[in-house]
Write a protein that binds this ligand. Structure first.
Ligand SMILES: [Zn+2]
Ligand SMILES: [Zn+2]
Length: 347
């Protein structure tokens, strides 16, 4: 099969011929229809998140099952599917409780093994992790779901518990941030988006943000949290660090109103970061980490996509070919573009 492979951290990803993946006994092999290019792939490529080299990245994908192992009961060749980026083992206490996203034995195509920047990708524990794609959800749209959109959905709904009229602050308007903007606005929240890119803020406005704050301007001016407090009449009810930076995480906590909720979604590969715990206790804030979403929780999200409440397809910025994935990764050395980049292989 063809795959995008890099030999070392930061080395050029090259489209090349490699052996097809073996089908796990409890898993499937999926012919990739489309695969997103995510900042987490960039982190792995840069060596922030160790992988086995040489490596094939890619963890947000949709496609068609081409082979199923003997232990798989629910899936067959020809099924259109997607998967969460964190695939549970299916058998531990966390998986059995429906929390595969924190399974200690989880597998992640593109991190713990070869990923979806390839014509074929293997998925373990298929019965626990595959999600059926409705016929009217195309592969490019579905490739947005597995990581950034599902992560944003769970952050906004399960952790954030946003209600109509609540202020939702979203810090960082890359793929996961813009997803959170759209989901929050669609569910009736008043969304305030923060970024340093004018293009990303313009996109946030289109996706439903009522207010935007240009962090590049405000960093030099008044305190960002104070500016958000003023715009929201006392602070955000829910705030998400969708970028992943110590400074942004602290700012996200500081911009909350009393009893507010901070959700850490952006990865912090540099290790522990200080948060203003004095503010946490004084305002009785809640702090959550959000790590994707288990396959079990997809149906509620799929229903909102099917009934037209949510439009993940609108988050797609650029559709590219598999051979352009390396260039898309390199582009992430700079600030986020306006939307998700997705490589289309079929359909
Ligand atoms: Zn498990
Ligand atoms: Zn991702």
């Amino acid at each position: 099969m063809l795959a995008v492979v890099y030999a070392g951290y930061g080395a050029d990803p090259v489209l090349t011929q490699v052996a097809d993946p073996d089908c796990p006994a409890d898993g499937v092999v999926v012919a990739v229809g489309a695969t997103g290019v995510c900042r987490s792939d960039w982190h792995a490529w840069k060596g922030h998140d160790p992988v086995t080299l040489p490596h094939i990245g890619g963890h947000e994908f949709a496609g068609v099952v081409v082979a199923a192992g003997p232990g798989v009961t629910g899936w067959h060749a020809g099924d259109r599917v997607t998967v969460p980026f964190a695939c549970g083992c299916g058998g531990c206490e966390h998986c059995l409780a429906g929390d595969a996203q924190v399974c200690p034995r989880q597998t992640q195509p593109g991190f713990t093994g070869p990923g979806s920047f390839a014509e074929l990708v293997a998925v373990h524990a298929a019965d626990a992790n595959l999600v059926a794609l409705p016929a009217d959800v195309d592969f490019v749209t579905a490739a947005c779901l597995g990581c950034r959109f599902a992560t944003a959905f769970r952050a906004v709904t399960a952790h954030g518990r946003v209600r109509p009229g609540d202020w939702l602050a979203v810090h960082g308007c890359g793929g996961v941030g813009l997803s959170a903007v759209m989901i929050g606005a669609s569910l009736g929240a008043r969304v305030l988006a923060v970024d340093m890119s004018a293009a990303a803020l313009a996109r946030a406005r289109v996706l439903g943000a009522e207010a935007v704050v240009d962090a590049a301007v405000d960093a030099a001016g008044p305190d960002l949290a104070a500016a958000i407090g003023e715009l929201t009449g006392g602070g955000a009810h829910v705030s998400i660090d969708a970028l992943g930076s110590p400074a942004v995480a602290a700012e996200s906590v500081r911009c909350l109103r009393r009893r507010g909720r901070h959700i850490q979604v952006g990865l912090l590969p540099g290790g522990p970061v200080p948060l203003p715990m004095d503010v946490v206790i004084a305002r009785e804030l809640e702090i959550y980490g959000s790590h994707g979403m288990a396959a079990r929780d997809y149906p509620a999200m799929m229903r909102l996509i099917a009934d037209g409440t949510l439009h993940p397809g609108r988050l797609v910025g650029e559709v590219i070919a598999l051979g352009d994935v390396g260039r898309a990764l390199a582009a992430m050395d700079g600030p986020a573009g306006a939307g998700m980049t997705v490589a289309r292989l079929a359909g």
